[in-house]
Design a protein around this ligand. Sequence first.
Ligand SMILES: *Cc1c(COP(=O)(O)O)cnc(C)c1O
Length: 425
Amino acid sequence: MTEDLLSLAKRLDQQDSLRKFREEFEFPEYSGEPKIYFCGNSLGLMPSATRGILEEELEAWSSGAVEAHFMGPRPWATYHKHFQEGLAKLLGAKKDEVVAMNSLTTNLHLALASFYKPSSKRYLILTEDPVFSSDIYALQSQLQWHGKSPSRALLSCKPRKGEFILQTEDILKKIERNKNRLALVYLGGVNYYNGQAYELEIIAKAARKAGAMVGVDLAHAIGNVPLELHEWNIDFAVWCSYKYLNAGPGAVGGMFVHSRHHKRKDIFRLQGWWGHREVDRFKMKPEFKPAPGADAWQLSNAPVFNMAGLLASLDIFQRAGFKNLVRKSRAMTKLLEEQIASCSNKSGYRIKLITPGSIDERGCQLSIWAGSYAEELHTRISKAGFVTDLRNPGVIRIAPVPLYNSYEEVVLLAEFLKKWCYYKK
Ligand SMILES: *Cc1c(COP(=O)(O)O)cnc(C)c1O
């Protein structure tokens, strides 16, 4: 190991004003040592504070039972409101544009019920390739539900031949070419496979000009990259909270609805009692009176145990400051990128970085293409005590997360890769 690089990393860690946050997370272990965890893109680590908050909710149930809906420090009946401010900040949204509820795929269906209203002329959906399985299944079934054929009505933007990421220019061309028939553009904020952050503002502008709605899947973007959903005029967005938001497995997801849709009388929603305005919700009248803002899309009362983890996590984001996190994230990922590019073991595994090199076009995740060797290399990485993940086809994803990863960990992984790999441009 090059001693210099390791001492550089240690110095960066010492100077890092965010390093204390690492101590607020619990790490899985490997031979009695914390594992080096680079998988926050898939499941964020557990904040220790989650235990305390869960315990408080159990206590509220135990000592208050049904009355805890309206009593105590965090009455359950309005539990979703605790997340508005923290989420709005991360999303660049107004407080009433966001709501924590359900799971990502459920929210996607709810959003499509409102924002995908195909007519005989305008019915196409444009999405990305590769697209996450759950998202494409949701889109396909929505099309079928509306009597449209997925093979005809679902368009996708593919990377150019021999390339891994999408060119914004190609997305814009596709929008322009289909402008008379396009109903919806639906993309990830950050692509799950190659880590590309799309130029959402430009794409949303073009889509709107073409008369289409714009929806975004923020599974890999929220808590990872800066977002300005309101400014960018995104119509709707959905996300989960167990990746960079560290809210725990299957934790409550969320939905953003742009304020320009809030007062629309013509909007269709799949309804439930929690979307009814609060003042007379319990009068149980058959006429639905929507709550103001994104709250109106709620269906059911809050799954409190499923939301408690998000409270712990948003509190950490708040204290750390998202701008600081982005700064550290960019520095760590750049260091990892440079080190990977210097892998020069000629008899090692051939690897290639497929995530964009520009900091504006990615978050913390780097995707390494290892092709048919990906599984073997991933097994080696895991046996050495690092947690990364394998995504078919051929990719290993590595996400240095600024809240709990250190520069030293980045360097240790880089040194391991340098021993085993050869970087191919
Ligand atoms: C993680 C992820 C999901 C997960 O969907 P759930 O409904 O939470 O199971 C969906 N889409 C993308 C792009 C993801 O990365």
